[in-house]
Write a protein that binds this ligand. Structure first.
Ligand SMILES: Cc1cc2nc3c(=O)[nH]c(=O)nc-3n(C[C@H](O)[C@H](O)[C@H](O)COP(=O)(O)O)c2cc1C
Length: 187
């Protein structure tokens, strides 16, 4: 094998496509696309976020929602990442349906099948650029996306991931092994 050094390049794949829902101080809903984010425990989500309308919203309201974008809404998901709520009413322009979360001070987007509703527990940095941690207060899911055992079925949902090397979205691939199981043959 011959290896090439790529320098300080983040090449982790996949990166989930998080659609972050928030309200501004006037109650106007907004959504942005964030790929530099992740589940930092089973009950917490961390978002790395620059100086955006969403950042100021989350700092002001102390809450946000996270919907993993699905393949059926790739156009809207990308739109949320290229337009800013500072310039336009993205909720209205997207044609998607924003409603008040039952659990936190942030909007949910009805067309996304899965949404995690979060309250802010920590902010490192400030609204100029921050790493925001949210505790998941509730997760809601479209029942048609559940399997016969009541688990979220990602084959049905078809979440998309971001390929930052090619700057494209992909659907999540096929199952290739059992976690906490495949390695047992080496035990
Ligand atoms: C695929 C993709 C991933 C993105 N990931 C992030 C991210 O992780 N953090 C961030 O601050 N901005 C990210 N952005 C940029 C924001 O979504 C973009 O600046 C957006 O306009 C911010 O919206 P707002 O001003 O309405 O909050 C991403 C954009 C795209 C298209």
């Amino acid at each position: 094998m011959a290896f090439k050094n790529l320098g300080s390049a983040g090449e982790l794949f996949p990166q989930s496509v998080f659609i972050i829902g928030s309200y501004d101080q006037n109650g106007t809903p907004n959504a942005m696309n964030a790929a530099w984010a992740g589940e930092c425990s089973r009950h917490e989500i961390c978002v790395n976020i620059g100086n955006h309308k969403t950042t100021a919203n989350i700092v002001a309201r102390g809450a946000f929602t996270v919907a993993p974008a699905d393949a059926a809404h790739v156009v809207e998901a990308d739109y949320f990442g290229i337009a800013s709520g500072n310039d336009t009413d993205k909720a209205a322009a997207s044609g998607m349906t924003f409603t008040q979360s039952e659990f936190v001070d942030a909007p949910v987007i009805e067309e996304f099948p899965l949404t995690m509703e979060c309250e802010v527990t920590a902010i490192q940095g400030d609204k100029q650029g921050a790493r925001i941690v949210g505790r998941i207060v509730n997760t809601r899911v479209d029942e048609s996306m559940l399997d016969e055992e009541g688990r979220v079925d990602f084959d049905k949902m078809r979440p998309i991931v971001y390929d930052s090397t090619r700057r494209i979205y992909r659907v999540v691939g096929e199952e290739v092994g059992q976690a906490w199981g495949a390695g047992m043959t080496l035990m």
